[in-house]
Design a protein. Structure first.
Length: 161
C-alpha cells in the first residue's frame, strides 16, 4: 500500500509542475498571438490549435489532480440513498464504482488513441494522436488514485468490522 501511495504522490507532484508549465506556455502563446495579430498583422502558425490542445492537457491533468486531492465532482446520491448502511461500506461501494468507471474511461481513451494512429493529421510537426495522449494518461492517473482509495477503504472497512 505504501508503494502505491508513493507512486501516486510522485505522479501528483509531477502533474502539478507539468500543469503549471503547460498553463504558462498556454498564456505566453495566447499573449504572443494577440500581440502579433494586433501590431504586426501576423501570428504564430497553428497557434489556435496548439492553444486548443494545451487547454485539453491542462483540463484533463487538472481533473486528475482534483481526483488525487478528493476535490473532484462528487455525487452524494449513494451516501444519501444508503444512509442506514455503514459509512465505511458505502465508501467501499462508491470507490469500487468510481474505480470501475475510471477503468472503462481509460480503456475507451486507449481505443481512441489506437484509432488515431491511422490519422495523418499533424499540428505543426506533431501528430495529433500525440497531442491527445493526455486522455489515457489522465485516466490512468485517475485510476491509480481511485485504486489507492479503494484499497484504503477495504483496509478501513476490515478494521471497522
Amino acid at each position: 500500500m505504501n508503494f502505491l501511495r508513493k507512486i501516486n504522490y510522485r505522479l501528483y507532484k509531477f502533474q502539478q509542475i507539468f500543469v503549471v508549465v503547460l498553463f504558462l506556455t498556454l498564456l505566453i502563446i495566447a499573449f504572443l498571438q494577440v500581440v502579433l495579430r494586433l501590431f504586426f498583422r501576423g501570428g504564430i502558425e497553428s497557434a489556435d490549435s496548439i492553444i486548443h490542445y494545451l487547454v485539453l492537457w491542462v483540463g484533463f491533468l487538472g481533473a486528475s489532480l482534483a481526483t488525487y486531492k478528493n476535490r473532484h465532482i462528487n455525487i452524494d446520491v449513494a451516501s444519501q440513498f444508503f444512509k442506514k448502511l455503514n459509512k465505511k461500506l458505502v465508501s467501499l461501494i462508491v470507490n469500487i464504482v468510481s474505480l470501475s468507471i475510471s477503468i472503462l474511461f481509460l480503456i475507451a481513451a486507449i481505443n481512441f488513441i489506437v484509432n488515431e494512429f491511422n490519422n495523418d493529421a499533424k499540428i505543426t510537426f506533431i501528430p495529433v494522436w500525440v497531442l491527445e495522449l493526455v486522455l489515457p494518461l489522465s485516466f490512468l492517473f485517475i485510476v491509480i488514485s481511485f485504486l489507492q482509495k479503494f484499497i484504503e477503504s477495504i483496509i478501513t472497512y476490515r478494521k471497522g468490522k
